[in-house]
Design a binder for this molecule. Structure first.
Ligand SMILES: *Cc1c(COP(=O)(O)O)cnc(C)c1O
Length: 367
């Protein structure tokens, strides 16, 4: 029997709290990742991930060693050609995609939208129609982890289809909880990672795409060496290996995490997250705290809360919770004082209740 590992409660938007079994699944005999058996493990992981949002006959998951941004950067740097790409920016992660496009000198247009309200689809369509450039791609964040704002990718996908635009989705903090279907939603490329709703360890990120769209990248001159999406896809298809050293133990943990996701079910996982969110919100209301984004556009996965009083010191509240084995996260919005509480990972409403009790004490003693 493996000894118990201390259980911390991570109320951060990833890495999230993992199960004891996911933690221990990393302790395995050393193996060279170029061995065929390890290739089979990666193949299995890829197929399972594809199954969550698509059809392994037509779609392929391309695995990378690296945090989530690696997958987003691979997608943005590898896919667009000379024609323009629209990037929807309604939060820090939309802005990050603009910054990536800037680094690679990609022909992109930034479509800005409020960080706390639904995207205006009519305005987006007018923007597409009135542009003097040919728009071939559109990139959008599904769930803006900055605020909890959920972008309606299904409707954006319909718009893209109508205008023959390929949609790329950063689904980092929605994948494996909020239902996604590549075909139904007209998603051509999707990026996510191992350590958010998948409840695995950090270190693996991936792009899921239609195989035919990946094949179409073949003739393109690569902009990046390491993050070349076509090369990573092609190498794995041919050799059953990643091009460069994979995070071996993180992949064992991911395999276990996927098994646990299948046991729970994606829909049930989201129900558990939503139950925790309801507990969180009623507690915040009791304490007179307010949060951003109206409930109808809210993911119920992460909440951006306005600081409770002027002179509030987030660092000292962070340290207080840290000493109790609970980790919380600062805000990520320019010009607005917020902190964030996520309710993903292997936690339940009970953990949120513990957090709320401590929060009540802390605010009572510091105000
Ligand atoms: C977490 C996250 C990322 C990637 O962050 P990493 O720190 O690179 O793992 C990208 N986009 C969104 C929306 C995220 O929530």
């Amino acid at each position: 029997m493996s000894p118990a590992v201390k259980r911390n409660i991570l109320l951060t938007p990833g890495p999230a709290t993992t199960t004891e079994s996911v933690k221990w699944s990393q302790v395995v005999p050393d193996i060279c990742p170029r061995e065929a058996v390890f290739g089979e493990i990666m193949e299995h992981i890829s197929t399972e991930l594809t199954h969550l949002v698509g059809d392994p006959e037509h779609d392929q998951t391309v695995l990378f060693g690296g945090s989530g941004t690696a997958a987003v950067e691979s997608m943005i740097s590898s896919v667009p050609g000379h024609n323009a790409m629209i990037i929807v920016n309604n939060g820090a992660y939309g802005k990050r995609m603009c910054e990536i496009a800037e680094v690679y000198g990609i022909n992109y247009l930034e479509f800005k939208s409020p960080y706390d309200d639904a995207l205006d689809l009519d305005a987006l369509e007018k923007y597409i129609q009135s542009s003097d450039r040919i728009i071939s791609h559109l990139a959008v964040v599904h769930h803006e982890t900055t605020t909890g704002l959920l972008n309606n990718v299904e409707e954006i996908g319909l718009l893209c289809k109508k205008h023959q635009i390929d949609m790329m989705v950063d689904a980092m903090s929605s994948f494996a909880a909020i239902p996604l279907q590549m075909k139904k939603m007209n998603i051509s490329f999707l990026a996510s990672s191992s350590n958010k709703n998948l409840q695995g360890m950090p270190g693996v990120s991936f792009v899921i795409a239609e195989k035919s769209k990946l094949e179409n990248l073949k003739e393109k001159k690569p902009r990046s060496y390491y993050l070349n999406l076509y090369a990573q896809y092609q190498y794995f298809a041919e050799k059953g290996q990643m091009r460069f050293t994979p995070p071996v133990q993180t992949l064992y943990a991911l395999r276990q995490a996927i098994q646990e996701l299948k046991q729970e079910g994606v829909a049930q996982r989201y129900e558990r997250y939503k139950a925790s969110w309801k507990t969180l919100i009623s507690g915040l209301k009791r304490l007179g705290l307010t949060y951003l984004v109206p409930d109808e556009y809210h993911s119920k996965i992460i909440t951006s809360i306005l600081e409770p009083y002027s002179g509030f010191d987030f660092e000292s509240m962070h340290d207080y919770f840290y000493s109790k084995g609970i980790m919380i996260y600062p805000g990520k919005l320019d010009g607005l004082k917020t902190f964030r509480i996520a309710n993903i990972g292997d936690i339940t409403s009970k953990d949120i209740e513990v957090f709320l009790e401590l929060l009540t004490d802390y605010l009572g003693n510091t105000k």
